[in-house]
Design a protein around this ligand. Structure first.
Ligand SMILES: [Fe+2]
Ligand SMILES: [Fe+2]
Length: 469
């Protein structure tokens, strides 16, 4: 097990101290990063002690060390999963060759693009969430928000390390630009649409961490298969942190659902808003929005870029090694949705070009599991939540702009617009949710719209003072 040198200015397990040039480059970038954190990170609590998890080693145990730390003093570092001896490329035309420790020249620009796009999402979400600390429904939730924020910032470090270590001058320029683009900026926005939308309230935050962080999981998992070994090992370690972000989303939505069900039972009504709860139809509209926007992150169903990345061994499928096929896919076919006139149908295409659709389908199946858990709570009050049809409210791919209902029926545009208020958050929903967002600062107390979690963090009680001044 490689231990992490936490005494270094930049904690790492990549032997930074023996690479002076790289160390100097990263030490030049570090103050720029800290300026960014102070300007674009959480708007409050920067001087407060937060009970945070910090990586101290990457082995099976001990990579998570809990202690009180002020966020600007968090030890952001560079951690790669342990190397796998004699690892070979697992897919594509170079399957079976030893993995690459340097960037193959002909793959350089494609690989840099993949790293920049992934890297851009990490600080974007910190920017999107920076105001939420004013309205946390509990101290427990406030701490979880900050844990996610510092880890997304560490994911930025992970991508910046790759850019600095393997892409020379243009990598350093790209690393600087990751701090210059800002979520929602009219002049210099983040690269992907979903990362320019604000996260205005905690209900949006929980759906974002459930659906949009889960897109991150699937992108990272397919990059963790990469033949470029430093990228694969970087992403493997990031996935450990990412799992917690989705836990916060799944648990957060689950607690809202629980509170709603409790209020429905208590007051024998489906309209719990007079009692300070969030109605199931409002939850469904937020779910519809966040799911559809997250589906767009997978890109068009068919893509030659995705085919090229796969053939080159750069980006695999989710759980590539568990699949029973030739891992080259030259002869395989997959059916993808198409729109023919007024009907939604399917057609067979070469699997190589359908990799975005394949990843998106795996993602959808993973999303469904959480919905089923929430529905076990809602079952008792005779209602449920559902994932909308893949074609609903899409801006990317074959369904882009098509007026498709959540049930998957193509209707005329006027009818769609007339029903939009039933399917997507309305101004009234947003106003009501905003009215619930009053911060709760007493340890153990929860806002009225959300149930308490069943357990605290790292064996601490729920009413532990996770953030203290
Ligand atoms: Fe991340
Ligand atoms: Fe995340």
């Amino acid at each position: 097990m490689t231990s992490v040198d936490l005494d270094e200015k930049i904690p790492n397990n990549v032997g930074l101290s023996s690479d002076r040039k790289l160390q100097r480059a990263l030490e030049r970038w570090q103050p720029l990063f800290l300026d960014w954190w102070r300007e674009m990170g959480p708007v409050e609590h920067q001087n407060h002690e937060v009970y945070l998890r910090t990586a101290v080693s990457v082995g099976r145990d001990g990579w998570a060390n809990f202690d009180f730390v002020k966020m600007p003093d968090y030890r952001w570092g560079i951690f790669l999963a342990e190397p796998e001896p004699d690892r070979t490329v697992g897919f594509g035309d170079r399957r079976g060759e030893p993995v690459w420790q340097e960037v193959p020249g002909e793959l350089r620009s494609g690989l840099r693009r993949l790293i920049v796009v992934q890297g851009d999402t990490e600080p974007a979400s910190v920017e999107q969430q920076r105001h939420l600390c004013r309205t946390a429904p509990s101290i427990y939730d406030l701490r979880n928000l900050f844990q996610i924020n510092v880890e997304e910032a560490r994911h930025l470090w992970a991508m910046v390390y790759l850019l600095h270590a393997y892409f020379g001058r243009d990598g350093r320029d790209e690393a600087d630009m990751l701090l210059e683009r800002h979520s929602g900026s009219p002049d210099n926005p983040r690269i992907l649409g979903a990362f320019n939308e604000p996260t205005p309230d905690w209900l949006s935050f929980f759906f974002f961490t459930y659906f949009t962080d889960r897109d991150g999981k699937f992108q990272l998992a397919s990059l963790a298969e990469s033949g470029f070994d430093p990228l694969a090992r970087t992403c493997q370690f990031m996935l450990k942190e990412e799992a917690y972000h989705m836990f916060v989303g799944a648990g957060g939505v689950g607690r809202v659902v629980q509170r709603t069900a409790d209020l429905m039972r208590q007051h024998d009504t489906s309209d719990v808003s007079p009692h300070g709860g969030i109605n199931v139809d409002t939850l469904q509209r937020y779910l519809n929005l966040h799911y559809s926007v997250s589906l767009d992150l997978f890109g068009a169903e068919t893509s030659t870029n995705a085919a090229n990345y796969y053939a080159a061994g750069l980006k695999g499928r989710y759980q590539e090694s568990l699949r029973e096929d030739d891992h080259r896919l030259h002869d395989a076919e997959t059916s993808v949705p198409v729109m023919v006139g007024d009907t939604i149908t399917e057609r067979q295409v070469p699997s190589l070009t359908a990799l975005n659709a394949i990843l998106r389908d795996d993602y959808a199946a993973d999303c469904q599991k959480g919905v089923e858990r929430w529905n076990r709570i809602l079952e008792e009050v005779g209602t449920s939540l559902t994932l909308p049809h893949t074609g609903f409210h899409r801006a990317v791919g074959v369904f882009a702009g098509a007026p498709i209902t959540p049930e998957g029926t193509l209707v005329d545009r006027d009818r769609f617009e007339a029903q939009r208020h039933r399917w997507l958050p309305t101004a009234h929903d947003r106003e009501y949710i905003a009215s619930l967002m009053t911060g709760v600062s007493e340890p153990g107390r929860m806002a009225g719209w959300i149930a308490a979690p069943s357990a605290g963090i790292h064996q601490r009680p729920v009413d532990f003072e996770y953030v203290r001044s």
